[in-house]
Design a protein around this ligand. Structure first.
Ligand SMILES: Cc1ncc(COP(=O)(O)O)c(C=O)c1O
Length: 372
């Protein structure tokens, strides 16, 4: 008799989250259809207030997606042509795109062995034109903003890319509250995910929030009042209603991710050729992604996938090695830490509701694959 095959484990499963809010979501959708307030409106205002409180800031402006949130945060802070903006080389491409979209000059910096932007490398890239540095809370861990401040001095703006860190904190301060403004993404797979694209700018500055509010809506607060060249990046009511329902449960879901991360740490301890992610002092990690380093990564990844274990790479290349950014003129070897990590990183299944059994399957499969 042949042994029955192990069940497969998905990389992410959003169904447990969606099932919990299902009934309430359906009645919110019915109410929105009835009211006709599909874009902006009371559900959006309510979510903006709730999310501002959650992120520990006075203002939240809901926008169409996380990329727009970064673009509008930069435009709201007055960043544009002639300014240099420093961004980590190892990030989702959107962080770099935002700089290019606002017309500023993109300057990349290397990261450290814990995947976060390296303040010492940032310091070496500051010039008289440096206007801002973007700390990315990669994988769910807040970037070292106090060290970035020391590295760049008082005249350079700090911005936060908080797309992967809803609910995280550093030294007790919530993600989304660092720097002059933060941009976050509520793409469905994020820790706080909508039922489509959505994002937000969070800030302590009323002035910056007002500018973003105008920019997201064709450059004016009132209808047919176009004071600036804006865009259309409004949050819609359906997404806001889903986000409000999910926000109530986010702490619990992040706690489940944290438990799962601790379970991986136990299950995968002392596995040769595998380096597990670290939580940095002062940080509350929310494990948007559980990213380990493995030798012979491409083989390990393909054998995991073949065995039915969902795994991924975030991200296969640093920004400067994508064709889209070849014009920066940085060849291979320009950002050695980011480049080395891109060859070793592997993201393991991580989502609220992942079971002990599923994690054991991942760990057993990884154990057998790395030993081969
Ligand atoms: C670090 C980071 N920045 C920005 C974004 C862009 O967000 P969106 O996809 O909502 O535009 C993402 C989303 O994947 C991200 O992970």
């Amino acid at each position: 008799m042949t042994a029955s095959p192990r069940p497969s484990v998905p990389f992410v499963d959003l169904r447990p989250q969606n099932q919990v809010i299902d009934e309430q979501a359906v009645s919110a959708f019915a109410e929105i259809c009835d009211s006709g307030a599909f874009v902006l409106g009371p559900h959006v205002r309510r979510f903006e207030e709730e999310y501002a409180a959650f992120a520990g800031v006075d203002h939240c402006v809901g926008v169409g997606n996380g990329t727009d949130a970064l673009v509008l945060a930069m435009r709201g802070a007055g960043i544009g042509a002639g300014d240099e903006v420093i961004v980590p080389a190892n990030t989702f491409v959107a962080t770099a795109e935002a700089v290019a979209i606002v017309g500023a000059d993109l300057v990349l910096a290397d990261c450290d062995e814990d995947f976060l932007i390296d303040p010492a490398d940032v310091a070496s890239r500051v010039t008289g034109r440096t206007r801002a540095v973007v700390g990315v809370d990669l994988y769910g861990q807040v970037a070292p903003f106090e060290r970035l401040r020391e590295a760049v001095g008082d005249d350079v703006l700090l911005l936060e890319d908080a797309a992967q860190s809803q609910g995280a904190s550093r030294n007790g301060r919530p993600a989304g509250s660092f720097g002059v403004a933060a941009g976050t993404s509520f793409y469905p797979g994020k820790n706080l995910g909508a039922y489509g694209d959505a994002g937000a700018v969070t800030t302590g500055s009323a002035e910056l929030a007002d500018r973003v509010r105008a920019l997201r809506n064709h450059g004016g607060i009132a209808k047919y009042e176009h004071l600036d060249v804006g865009t259309n990046s409004r949050l819609d009511s359906v997404q806001a209603a889903v986000l409000s329902l999910k926000l109530e449960r986010l702490k619990g879901w992040n706690a489940e991710r944290d438990e799962a991360a601790q379970r991986y740490a136990t299950l995968l301890a002392d596995l040769p050729g595998v380096v597990l992610p670290r939580v940095l002092p002062g940080n509350q990690h929310v494990w948007h992604l559980y990213v380990a380093r493995v030798t012979d990564r491409d083989r390990v990844l393909s054998e995991l996938l073949e065995a039915g274990v969902g795994a991924g790479i975030h991200y296969p290349a640093p920004v400067h090695l994508w064709p889209a950014f070849s014009w920066l003129g940085h060849g291979a070897g320009s950002f050695p830490v980011a480049e080395a990590l891109a060859k070793e990183i592997i993201s393991l299944p991580m989502f609220p509701g992942i079971t002990t059994e599923q994690q054991e399957i991942v760990a057993d499969t990884l154990r057998s694959v790395v030993r081969r």
